[in-house]
Write a protein that binds this ligand. Structure first.
Ligand code: NAD
Length: 591
C-alpha cells in the first residue's frame, strides 16, 4: 500500500512529517502516534493492514524521523506535543473526529489530548498501548501509598523497578553518548533477542531519534508525576496490556486509568513492549474492532468481554463466563458431557459432530443449562477441508475460541495382523488427524489473537498401556499424547495451555460403536454387546471426564488420567513398564 508524505507546520513553526495510507474518503480516520525511540516507521505494518478499511495517518513526532527537532527541552512539553497533534488533525481530518492510537510515548502524549479539553471533540476513540497517562500514574502511586497494603506496595515496587531507565535518561552526557556509540548496534540486537522484534524493522533515523527524544522525558516526567492533575475523560478508551512489557507493568497500565475513564476496555496481550512490531496483525485487528464498535458497527465478542464497568449479565460470575468453547465429537458421551459442563460454567459452547442432529441436541441442552450462546456444526474431523470450513465459520460467526476440546474419536479392536491399511487410515484419520486439524486451525487462531487459551486433547489410557488387541487405537492415542506434549511446549510462550486427558473405561456409546477386525459381523456384534456390558458394570460416567477437562484447563495440567485404572496404569508405565508388558500379552477381548 502506497505511503503519501506531506508536512504540517505546528503553531511554534516546527515542521512535522505526516504519512498517509488508504483513501481520504474512507468513513473513518485512524491516527497513529509513535513512541521513543521510534518514528512513524514503527506503525507501517499496522497502517498497511488498517488502510484496507480506514484512512490511516502517522506522523513523526517533533525530534524524530523527518520532522524538525527543536533544541530546547522546553519545546517538548506535553502541551506543545498536543498542539502538534492539533495541527496534524486539522490537516488530515478537519471535519470528522479521528480514532487515535498511541504506543509508548505516543500513547503518553495522546492521553494529554484525550483527558484535556483542547482536542476532546476531535477524538472519537483512543487505543493506548504501553503508555499510561502520567497524571493517572502519579495519582495511582499516591493512592497506593495512601493505602499501603503489602500487595499495593509490591505493585509500586514492581513498577519502580521497571522504570529505572527514567532516572537514567535524566543523567547528563551518558545517555546521548551511549545511544551514539555502543547502542547503535546493541539496541536493535537487544530488541531482537528479548522481544523478537524482526531485524531491520526499526526507524532508519535511529539513533538520532533516540538522542533528541530524551527531551520528552526531561520536559515532562518529573513535573507530571510529582504534581499529577485530575484528568477524567468521556472519550472511549481501549487499553492494550502487553503482559511481558519490560517498562510498563500491566497492573499499573490497567488500573491507573480506571477511576478517570468513563468507558474503558482492557485487553491483555501476550507480547512485550514493542507489540506494534511483533504482534502487528493482532493489534491491527483490535484497533479495527474497537473503531468499528465505536462507529456503531457490530461488536466483536472478545471486545465485548473486555469492557470494564459493563453491567454484569446473569451468570457472568461463573468460572467460564465470557469464554467461547469448542468441543468436537460433542454429540455423545464424553464430548456431550464436556460441552454441558462448560455451559453450566457459563461458557458459550460450539458443538461439532459427524452427526448433525446429535450436535444440535447438545447445543440445545447447553442453552438450557445457561450457555449464553451456542452453535452446532456437522463436521467430519478427519476431513481437512471440512475442518477448514468449520474453523472459518466459527471465526466469522463466533470469534476466536478460548478453549478447544478435540474429543471426537472412534474405537478399533483386534490383532495387528488382521488390521488392513484402510483400518489404519480410518482410526488415525479421526483419532490423530482430527486432533491435528483442530490443534492446527484453532491453535493458529488463538495465537494470532494474542489472548492465550487452552487446547484439550482427549487421548486415552491406551496411550501408555500397550495391548496385543488395540495396536491401531493405542498407537493413535499415544500419538495424541505426544502431540499434546510437543504443542504444550511450543505454545506456552503464547499463553496457550495444552492438556491430554486419558479417561479409562467410561460408560458411553463407544463400546457399541467400536469395530473389531478379524471377526465375522455376528461375532463383532457379540463382542460389542459384551464390551458394553463391562463398561456399564464399571459405570464411570462421562461427567467424570468432563470434570477432569475443566480441571485440566483451570490448573493448566499437562496430562490428566481420570479413572483409577488410568491413574494406576500411568504410575506403572513409569515405575514398572515390565508389568505392563506382561499384561499387554493377555487377550482382554471380552468373549
Ligand atoms: P462416543 O462414541 O460416545 O462419542 C464419540 C462422538 O464422536 C460421537 O458423537 C461421534 O458421532 C463423534 N465422531 C466420531 N467420528 C467423528 C468424526 N470423524 N468427526 C466428528 N465426530 C465424530 O465416545 P466417547 O466415549 O464419548 O469418546 C470420546 C473420546 O474419548 C474419543 O476420542 C475416545 O477415543 C476417547 N476415550 C473414550 C473412552 C471410553 O471408555 N469411553 C476411554 C478413553 C478415551
Amino acid at each position: 500500500m502506497k505511503e503519501q508524505q506531506s508536512f504540517v507546520t505546528a503553531p511554534d513553526g516546527v515542521r512535522l512529517a505526516v504519512f498517509e495510507w488508504g483513501a481520504r474518503s474512507a468513513d473513518t480516520t485512524v491516527v497513529l502516534v509513535h513512541g521513543y525511540p521510534d518514528s512513524h516507521v514503527v506503525w507501517r505494518p499496522i497502517a498497511e493492514q488498517l488502510a484496507e478499511r480506514h484512512h490511516v495517518v502517522a506522523y513523526d513526532v517533533r525530534g524524530a524521523g523527518a520532522s524538525d527537532a527543536p533544541r530546547r527541552v522546553s519545546s517538548y512539553t506535553l502541551a506543545t506535543l498536543e498542539a502538534d497533534l492539533g495541527a496534524v488533525l486539522q490537516q488530515v481530518s478537519p471535519e470528522r473526529p479521528v480514532h487515535l492510537v498511541g504506543h509508548d510515548w505516543g500513547s503518553i502524549q495522546s492521553w494529554e489530548s484525550v483527558t484535556g479539553t483542547a482536542l476532546a471533540d476531535r477524538i472519537a476513540s483512543f487505543t493506548s498501548v504501553s503508555g499510561p497517562c502520567l497524571d493517572h500514574v502519579g495519582q495511582w502511586f499516591r493512592s497506593k501509598l495512601r493505602r499501603p497494603s503489602p500487595r499495593a506496595l509490591g505493585q509500586l515496587a514492581w513498577q519502580s523497578v521497571h522504570s529505572w531507565y527514567i532516572g537514567y535518561f535524566h543523567l547528563p552526557l551518558l545517555p546521548p553518548l551511549l545511544w551514539r556509540t555502543a547502542m547503535v548496534k546493541a539496541w536493535p540486537a537487544l530488541l531482537h533477542a528479548i522481544e523478537g522484534v524482526p531485524r531491520g524493522s526499526g526507524a532508519p533515523t535511529f539513533p538520532t531519534d533516540a538522542v533528541r527524544g530524551l527531551a520528552l522525558y526531561r520536559a515532562n516526567m518529573i513535573p507530571r508525576l510529582s504534581r499529577p492533575r485530575h484528568r477524567p475523560t468521556e472519550i472511549p478508551v481501549q487499553v492494550v496490556l502487553p503482559q511481558k512489557d519490560l517498562y510498563v507493568t500491566p497492573s499499573m497500565a490497567g488500573q491507573a486509568p480506571q477511576p478517570y475513564v468513563d468507558r474503558l476496555w482492557r485487553r491483555p496481550l501476550r507480547a512485550g513492549h514493542w507489540a506494534p512490531l511483533t504482534h502487528d496483525a493482532v493489534l491491527a485487528n483490535w484497533i479495527d474492532e474497537f473503531v468499528t464498535h465505536i462507529e456503531g458497527g457490530p461488536t466483536a465478542p472478545a471486545l465485548q468481554r473486555a469492557e470494564v464497568n459493563r453491567p454484569q449479565q446473569d451468570g457472568e460470575q461463573k468460572e467460564h463466563a465470557g469464554k467461547l468453547v469448542i468441543v468436537t465429537g460433542a454429540g455423545s458421551g464424553i464430548g456431550r458431557a464436556t460441552a454441558l459442563a462448560f455451559a453450566e460454567a457459563g461458557a458459550a459452547v460450539i458443538a461439532a459432530d459427524l452427526n448433525a442432529e446429535s450436535a444440535a441436541r447438545t447445543a440445545h441442552l447447553a442453552s438450557l443449562l445457561g450457555a449464553p450462546r451456542t452453535g452446532s456444526y456437522a463436521v467430519d474431523v478427519s476431513d481437512p477441508a471440512a475442518m477448514e470450513d468449520f474453523a472459518k465459520a466459527v471465526a466469522e460467526e463466533h470469534g476466536t475460541p478460548d478453549v478447544v476440546v478435540n474429543n471426537a474419536g472412534i474405537g478399533l479392536g483386534g490383532a495387528f495382523l488382521d488390521t488392513q491399511t484402510s483400518d489404519w487410515d480410518a482410526v488415525l484419520g479421526v483419532n490423530l488427524m482430527g486432533v491435528v486439524h483442530g490443534c492446527r486451525l484453532f491453535g493458529a487462531m488463538m495465537k494470532d489473537h494474542g489472548n492465550g487459551g487452552h487446547i484439550v486433547n482427549i487421548a486415552s489410557a491406551a496411550a501408555y498401556l500397550p495391548s496385543r488387541t488395540l495396536s491401531a487405537y493405542a498407537t493413535s492415542k499415544a500419538a495424541v499424547l505426544m502431540l499434546s506434549e510437543c504443542l504444550r511446549a511450543e505454545l506456552s510462550d503464547d499463553g496457550i495451555g495444552v492438556s491430554a486427558v486419558c479417561p479409562g473405561f467410561v460408560n458411553t456409546a463407544i463400546a457399541k460403536a467400536t469395530r473389531y477386525v478379524g471377526v465375522s459381523s455376528s461375532e463383532q456384534e457379540k463382542l460389542r454387546g459384551k464390551a458394553d456390558r463391562l463398561y456399564r458394570m464399571r459405570n464411570l460416567p462421562p461427567e467424570r471426564v468432563a470434570d477432569a477437562v475443566l480441571r485440566a484447563v483451570r490448573e493448566n495440567r499437562p496430562v490428566v488420567p481420570v479413572a483409577a485404572e488410568a491413574r494406576i496404569g500411568r504410575a506403572l508405565s513409569r515405575l514398572s513398564p515390565g508389568t505392563l508388558r506382561a499384561i499387554a500379552r493377555a487377550d482382554l477381548t471380552p468373549r
